[in-house]
Design a protein around this ligand. Sequence first.
Ligand SMILES: Nc1ncnc2c1ncn2[C@@H]1O[C@H](COP(=O)(O)OP(=O)(O)OP(=O)(O)O)[C@@H](O)[C@H]1O
Ligand SMILES: [Mg+2]
Length: 206
Amino acid sequence: MFITFEGLDYSGKSTQVQLLADRLTLQDHRVLILREPGGTDIGEKIRKLLLDKNNDGMTEASELFLFSASRSQLIQEVVRPALDGGMVVICDRYYDSTTAYQGYGRGIPLDVIHAINRYATGSLAPDVTFFLDIPIREIEKRMHSAKTNKDRMESNGIEFYERVRNGFLQLAKTESRYCIIDGLQPIDDLHDIIWHHLTEILVPQK
Ligand SMILES: Nc1ncnc2c1ncn2[C@@H]1O[C@H](COP(=O)(O)OP(=O)(O)OP(=O)(O)O)[C@@H](O)[C@H]1O
Ligand SMILES: [Mg+2]
């Protein structure tokens, strides 16, 4: 099974990915957690390029191709073999992030984005996608309490994030694999909602 988590920065994806992986492991599933961009040798190098604040001259097209290049490596080297081997693969962001950030956020035509997404992944779609929805003001709040410096992707304005959030919501409307969750709820409640949703579609391990 291929599970993806999507959402704005600081929406709680990595927190929920870890909780879900731990619980699945307790139930004897073999679980693989991956993060985008990255997850392969080439992909981790690309990740550094994408997040480096010194790369402020990066074109929108370069950004799109770099994310997609990292993803192509990840699918071919890691995800397909793991799925073929019966593992549960949980991906912290996937091609919906490209549609939302580079498409809706930066304004690259969606037909271009969809074609590249399909090509980079061999059209491998997730079985289920959890979208953790938070309002934009919550990003600032969480960023301050986490006391981290903004990386290149996080240094975008409020309007950008509004467009990205709207992009995810549009995707959720058209893709039946989507499960939209109000990300303002407490961490444990979110986990319970995610777990409940999954138990309805997951095949138990012997
Ligand atoms: N449900 C929640 N309520 C309040 N705070 C939360 C919640 N979930 C996570 N957080 C906090 O928000 C911050 C971001 O969480 P996390 O790293 O899981 O988000 P993320 O979506 O993976 O972010 P990024 O896109 O930057 O990787 C952390 O400090 C985390 O403790
Ligand atoms: Mg994260």
